[in-house]
Design a protein around this ligand. Structure first.
Ligand code: S3P
Length: 187
């Protein structure tokens, strides 16, 4: 991680040098819901990478995975991330869980703003994603898949996160409050 979650002064420094607020973390961590709340609270646009892929291709995430394969989806994902991070207006960017696999994406995300890892315990994530409907990587054993993906990805989220916010046992609005108040008044 680039700085500690408890090193409060870093929020001010980071906010000043960082135009965007980027949410990273596993599927089921609440990136879209928390991103929506943060965008409303901070008066910023929300860009959700999955939603942007779907909007720009006219296809669902699952459909792209099934028809064209994961590689095609990842290319679209990298493209929308690049476009989102190039936006001039400071925005909230919800980055889909697998985008961090690509080193180029990681560099882009880390350079684009304040990166918040919404960290959740894998067992909590399993509960939240339920049957995994609409999530092509979960297959028929979401529990095994989530644990495996978490092991592989946690170090990648950690490597680009400026701050870690634990979301277990907290409502989305509590998490929004914590992040927004620290961005608005970081002292
Ligand atoms: C994926 C996460 C999903 C979506 C796709 C692949 C992943 O996004 O992009 O199903 O590899 O973790 P969310 O993290 O928004 O659920």
């Amino acid at each position: 991680m680039r700085s500690s979650a408890t090193a409060t002064p870093s929020w001010a420094a980071l906010r000043d040098r960082s135009p965007h607020l980027l949410l990273v973390g596993m599927m089921g961590a609440g990136k879209t819901t928390i991103g929506r709340g943060l965008a409303a609270r901070l008066g910023r646009a929300l860009l959700d990478s999955d939603a942007e892929v779907e909007r720009s291709t006219g296809r669902g995430v699952r459909e792209i995975f099934e028809r064209e394969g994961e590689g095609a989806f990842r290319r679209e994902e990298s493209r929308v991330l690049r476009e989102a991070t190039e936006r001039h207006d400071p925005s909230v960017i919800a980055v889909a869980g697998g985008a961090v696999l690509d080193p180029g994406n990681r560099a882009l995300i880390a350079a684009a703003g304040l990166v918040v890892w919404l960290r959740a315990d894998p067992d909590v994530l399993v509960h939240r994603v339920g049957e995994g409907l609409g999530r092509p990587l979960l297959g028929d054993d979401p529990k095994e898949a989530i644990h495996r993906l978490y092991e592989m990805r946690a170090p990648l989220y950690a490597s680009i996160a400026d701050v870690i916010v634990d979301v277990d046992g907290r409502s989305p609005s509590e998490v929004v409050d914590e992040i927004a108040s620290r961005v608005e008044d970081p002292a």
